[in-house]
Design a protein around this ligand. Structure first.
Ligand code: PNS
Length: 165
């Protein structure tokens, strides 16, 4: 049986930690659908199309990875895509409570989809999209933490005058 997994998130932007999870997941699942949330409550910094373009370009090397977007309940999307698993990365204990709640809520809503937690390489254990954006906003160097496509876009965006970002 072919097993499809959905790897959902805001990916604002995708980091090397996310990519590390995808790189591990491609050996476990027949297909991974990286699914970007369209209307996140947290108002993403990058518009959906830009977030998707970065993800598309960095996962192009994986033949069994697809990039898509979704809105509404994640489990409805997973069901519609025929996915049996939701992949989530766990970096540290601080991630656990939120992830635990989401996993159990998703299981209640759709018992046929199992959440699978994966740990990124320890080099990425402190890397988050939020921290990367903050460092970039304050002029710090984020190369090596995110794919070059994302680093370039962050640099360009924060170099632009505030009203035009
Ligand atoms: O990694 P992120 O950016 O925090 O991703 C959060 C995401 C997209 C996985 C989560 O917000 C989500 O699943 N949203 C879809 C709405 C939904 O299904 N909510 C109930 C989750 S229990």
């Amino acid at each position: 049986m072919q097993v499809t997994a959905v790897y959902p998130g805001t990916f604002d932007p995708i980091t090397n930690g996310h990519l590390d999870i995808i790189g591990r997941g491609v050996h476990l699942f027949d297909r991974i659908v990286v699914a970007l949330l369209q209307n996140a409550d947290k108002e993403p910094f990058f518009p959906l199309e830009e977030r998707m373009a970065i993800v598309r370009s960095v996962v192009a090397r994986f033949p069994n990875v697809e990039v898509d977007s979704f809105d509404g309940l994640l489990v409805d999307y997973a069901r519609a895509r025929g996915a049996r698993a939701i992949v989530r990365g766990l970096r540290a204990l601080s991630d656990f409570e939120y992830e635990f709640q989401m996993a159990l809520m998703n299981r209640r809503l759709e018992p046929g989809v199992e959440t699978v937690f994966m740990m990124p390489g320890e080099a990425w254990s402190y890397v988050s999209s939020r921290l990367v954006r903050e460092v970039a906003r304050l002029g710090g160097d984020v190369s090596g933490l995110v794919p070059p496509e994302a680093a370039a876009l962050l640099k360009a965006r924060y170099a632009a005058p505030a009203g035009t970002r």
